[in-house]
Design a protein around this ligand. Structure first.
Ligand code: TEU
Ligand code: CA
Length: 553
């Protein structure tokens, strides 16, 4: 029998604060904006919010570059605003988790400023500094946002510092026990403030192979991916176990690891009963449309059956070890309608409800990303100048370096850009979609708010929003709650284009999703609990992109 834990019962809603709601009309979403929209979130029925970084930052990577871990970025508001949000949310039964970004800091962090100022600085060893080799960088590793991981230190001969991501995100040196102690102190300081926990960013990158040796080049830039030497590397287990022991373990909290690159054989260590985290995100299926999550020009030609295979494999592996965090979208991924629905005619309300059904009832805690519940979609941009995301700009240039035309490069970026999910939330059909009043939003809107907006969907009983509400009701507040939260997962055998599974508890609940534009036959009998179409003439026949949830007879 599955052990009960509060975090298994949550329905999480991820907020990208810069794009959620702008309360003071400066074109940038803010903390007060979230507080103002709590009624909307409570109406939807979510029970926990994950808010992307709101800490002091030069915003090179929109807050994933932190200059002060205990300060609030001024355009987002103040510590008072946050305290107010925590208590206002609590009144509505909504918990709050924040983003913990401790693989790297901003170059504007005082530790790094000191480290850079002199080789004698006590903070020098909080980061990774190395001598160059034969007049060039210490090795040939490529950073995740492009170019070498090494940046030359100004005013010093032959000296470089290390960054896995942007050059303005220097990596913290986890080998240093003083650095680790400061991080733990900071985490505990936040947990004391009434937070329910953290989503922990890029945490599989904190251990670097200490040989710092070259990797085999894999691109025209002569570099090779940093991941081979820095992602889930031997020795990381000591750091992760210590992190848990000194922080999360001592609180009634939740820890959600962003842990790309962990093979299923190691899931026990990560999410087992004595694991480093309560749950982790599994990216094995999220990157189905690209061969490499950070190089968008390597596209795949995937089929629904491949998606099904990856999804089931993930569910079974997670079930064997512990608990997972399920998602269709996040701030690093394109919109799910645009990614997973290959026939564009169904990138609509039917498609959105089908995808919603598919992911929402999987075993694990569901994470809904802002705008997913109203079916927001990708944009089409004509020029690279309209992008903000650092990795979009890098991918654009790298695609051309690999021989693609400018038009093709722009195509890849449009399909995959992280900006796709970072556009302002569409509250209504007005000029700025109700996100800001008279100021231009910091990032261009998708432009389809006349068709896709929350105001239209809130009171419309057949909207995507209403359907998400029904799903949340069914999972958390129906007689089938125990089964839908704690029941085991088991795949169902169907035609290639149908993805179906069951949850087994006191009763058996079955989920069938037609992921094709053809009518599909299924074997089903029982009471229909949810149906994404207005009609269901024959329970054994699903219309294009139709999904149903049934209580098996
Ligand atoms: O992402 C880590 C990560 O490895 C993925 O972002 C992925 O490789 C990349 O987005 C592909 O473009 C986390 C955050 O989620 C992301 O937003 C940050 O930019 C990154 O860490 C650095 O903090
Ligand atoms: Ca604002």
């Amino acid at each position: 029998l599955e052990e009960k834990q509060f975090w298994k019962e949550e329905v999480v809603y991820q907020i990208y604060p810069k794009s959620f709601y702008d309360s003071n009309d400066d074109g940038i979403g803010d903390i007060k904006g979230i507080t103002k929209k709590l009624d909307y979130l409570a109406d939807l029925g979510v029970t926990m919010l994950w808010i992307c970084p709101i800490f002091t930052s030069p915003m090179v990577d929109n807050g994933y570059d932190i200059a002060d871990y205990k300060g609030i970025q001024k355009e987002f508001g103040t510590m008072e605003d946050l305290t107010e949000l925590i208590s206002a949310a609590k009144e509505k039964g909504i918990k709050l988790i924040l983003d913990l970004v401790v693989n790297h800091s901003s170059d504007e962090h005082e530790w790094f400023q000191s480290a850079l100022s002199s080789p004698e600085s006590p903070y020098r060893d909080y980061y990774i500094f190395k001598q160059g080799k034969e007049g060039t960088t210490p090795n040939n590793w490529r950073s995740i946002f492009g170019g070498s991981v090494w940046e030359k230190v100004p005013n010093e001969e032959n000296m470089y510092y290390f960054h896995t991501f942007d050059k303005r995100q220097p990596d913290l040196n986890w080998e240093n026990p003083n650095l680790r102690a400061e991080i733990y102190e900071m985490i505990n300081w936040w947990l004391e403030k009434g937070l329910t926990g953290f989503r922990i960013d890029s945490i599989t990158f904190i251990k670097k192979d200490q040989d710092y040796g070259d990797v085999t080049p894999d691109g025209s830039d002569g570099l090779g991916s940093v991941k081979h030497k820095t992602r889930n590397r031997p020795g990381i287990e000591t750091f992760l176990a210590e992190l848990n022991d000194k922080t999360f373990k001592n609180y009634e909290c939740v820890s959600v690891g962003e842990a790309p690159g962990v093979p299923y054989e190691q899931y026990d260590q990560y999410i087992g009963s004595d694991g480093y985290f309560n749950m982790i995100f599994d990216f094995h299926y999220a990157d189905i449309d690209v061969e490499n999550g950070s190089e968008w020009f390597r596209r795949t030609n995937w089929q629904p059956k491949d998606f099904k295979e990856l999804l089931f494999k993930s569910q079974e592996a997670v079930q064997a070890s512990g608990w997972g965090a399920n998602f269709l979208e996040n701030h690093d991924q394109p919109r799910s309608l645009s990614k997973y629905i290959t026939d564009s005619r169904y990138q609509n309300e039917s498609g959105a409800k089908a995808l919603g059904t598919l992911f929402f009832f999987l075993r694990g805690t569901p994470f809904i990303y802002q705008g997913q519940e109203i079916g927001m979609k990708n944009f089409q941009r004509e020029t690279i100048d309209d992008f903000n995301d650092v990795s979009s700009i890098d991918n654009y240039h790298r695609s051309m370096l690999e021989g693609f035309s400018e038009e093709e490069a722009l195509g890849f970026v449009n399909q995959r850009s992280r900006d796709n999910t970072r556009t302002p939330f569409q509250w209504d059909d007005t000029e700025r979609a109700g996100f800001s009043q008279s100021s231009e939003p910091w990032l261009k809107l998708v432009g389809d708010q006349s068709e896709i907006n929350a105001e239209d969907q809130i009171d419309r009983s057949d909207s995507i929003f209403s359907y998400y509400k029904e799903m949340i009701q069914l999972r958390n507040h129906s007689p089938y709650r125990e089964t839908l939260i704690y029941g085991s997962f088991s795949p169902l055998d169907t035609a290639d284009d149908v993805i179906a599974y069951e949850r087994l508890g006191e009763e058996t609940i079955q989920i069938f999703v037609n992921l094709s534009n053809q009518v599909q036959k299924i074997k089903a009998s029982g009471e229909v609990l949810l149906n994404t179409y207005s009609e269901l003439e024959n329970i054994c026949e699903l219309q294009p992109y139709q999904a149903i949830v049934i209580r098996k007879e």
